[in-house]
Design a protein around this ligand. Structure first.
Ligand code: ASP
Length: 286
């Protein structure tokens, strides 16, 4: 059994068709890697890079802007066997998830942030790019014009109103290896230097030998609840959909908005959210 599940963010989806198309393509291309005998890590990286290139999603090109109108991206990857790598608040790279993988494979660390994460990317000649789109500039302008304070409490209230678009993928390959990747531009109007759950082990991304999880939504709440780690732990005894439901319920009770996707080593997938919507797609085959 091999399988992959991807998400394109949780919140209020304005452009449903584009979300469906983008997540479907990502799942198909990730699945192709698995079908051809590739490993789960290559599959999730392939899927996430497709969505980083698609301005529909808040990751890579089309990332949400911070308060200064800049893009600072977070991304992470994890293997069921324990490897983890992440970048936080990285600027001007095309595929943050590739740099996260490099951190996992080439360093003794798990997280590099800011300017130095960018320097690390340049050492390996990763493609640079300006991920700012006019659409995002417009949306930051609207946020500012609404006169809303940019303090996090206010953003928290506004979050369910904003179009989502963080991306993530979880896969299991023919050797029952699990891999997870997550990538985001973060929350629109965030303070410069803010790093969210998508770069934090156990928060936005986690994998164990039983299963793997990628999370999207209100990052600070996700970190406090340890959503990805706790959901994966529950998968030792429960199927992904049951495990995910428990954390979603807990989030709802605490007014913490997020969505979760997961896969276990048997190829069972799960997904749920307490936001208005979440885009996702999956393919599982014997
Ligand atoms: N979790 C992301 C963050 O807080 C945002 C999102 O998933 O939409 O950075």
């Amino acid at each position: 059994m091999v399988g992959i599940i991807v998400h394109g963010g949780a919140g209020k989806i304005r452009n449903e068709e584009a979300h469906q198309k983008g997540t479907k393509l990502a799942a198909q291309e990730g699945y192709k890697v698995l079908k051809e005998g590739g490993n789960a890590l290559d599959a999730v990286i392939t899927a996430v890079k497709i969505m980083e290139d698609d301005p529909t999603f808040n990751a890579g090109i089309g990332s949400a802007l911070n308060l200064l109108g800049e893009v600072e991206m977070d991304a992470s990857v994890m293997l069921g066997s324990g490897g983890f790598g992440a970048v936080g608040a990285i600027k001007n790279v095309r595929h943050p998830v590739d740099i996260a993988r490099k951190v996992m494979e080439e360093t003794d660390h798990i997280l590099l942030v800011g300017e130095e994460a960018g320097r690390f990317a340049r050492l390996f000649d990763f493609e640079t790019c300006n991920p700012i789109t006019p659409e995002m500039e417009k949306r930051l302008q609207v946020l500012k014009e609404k006169g809303e304070s940019m303090h996090l409490k206010k953003i928290r209230k506004l979050l369910p109103l904003y179009e989502p678009g963080t991306v993530g993928a979880c896969a299991v390959d023919r050797n029952s290896e699990i891999a997870v990747a997550t990538s985001t531009g973060g929350i629109l109007g965030k303070l410069p230097g803010r790093v969210g759950d998508s770069a934090i082990i156990g928060a936005g991304t986690f994998a164990s030998k039983w299963g793997g999880v990628s999370v999207t939504g209100y990052g600070e709440g996700i970190i406090k609840l340890g959503v990805a780690w706790r959901t994966t732990e529950l998968m030792k005894k429960r199927k992904p959909d049951e495990a995910i439901r428990q954390l979603i319920e807990e989030g709802r009770k605490q007014n913490t908005y997020f969505g979760v996707i997961g896969i276990d080593k048997y190829g069972n997938v799960g997904f749920d959210y307490n936001t208005e919507s979440m885009s996702y797609a999956y393919i599982i085959k014997q």
